[in-house]
Design a protein around this ligand. Structure first.
Ligand SMILES: [Zn+2]
Length: 164
């Protein structure tokens, strides 16, 4: 069971900032559409400062971070396994009744909002079998990666099971 202390509650989708140990969780939250910052080299003091400035919930496995007096809202993650970590986050979110974002709208690598592309626009940019077998494509305006639904949907269902 995740321990939580969320002082800031509003009707927006929650945004997160994950500590250095939670890179995989950050990627999955992005795939699910959540605005999630992650930098494995960030200092604890910067993590907490950015969370406060931007109203982000800190995701952490570090008791040193949750003990800081300056921290506002956080979810303390206890599990080593990604599916259980996501379950811990969603337990807290569903108790709070937060709305869910649209999945597949954010770049899992850099957290930018993806831009939809037409099939014509991706012609020649993805492998032929991908082009032929998919109709929904998007690209990341920051890192330039191209995504298609099949690229993470099957993987997501495998990892998440009944969570999403
Ligand atoms: Zn990107």
């Amino acid at each position: 069971m995740a321990q939580e202390e969320l002082k800031r509650v509003d009707s927006d989708c929650p945004a997160f900032i994950a500590d250095a140990m939670l890179g995989r969780l950050a990627r999955w939250l992005r795939i699910l559409g959540y605005d999630t910052l992650y930098n494995k080299d960030i200092a604890d003091s910067d993590l907490i400062r950015i969370a406060r400035q931007e109203g982000r919930i800190v995701l952490t496995r570090d008791r040193g971070i949750t003990a800081k007096k300056t921290i506002r809202g956080y979810i303390f993650i206890t599990s080593d396994h990604i599916a259980d970590q996501l379950r811990e986050v969603f337990q807290v979110l569903s108790m709070r009744g937060f709305p869910r974002p649209e999945p597949f709208t954010r770049c899992p690598v850099c957290n930018s909002q993806l831009k939809r592309l037409t099939k014509k626009e991706v012609s020649g940019l993805v492998p032929d079998h991908v082009y032929l077998n998919n109709s929904e494509f998007s690209c990341c305006p920051s890192c330039g990666r191209i995504y298609w639904r099949g690229s993470h949907e099957a993987n997501m269902r495998r990892v998440l099971g009944d969570i999403a």
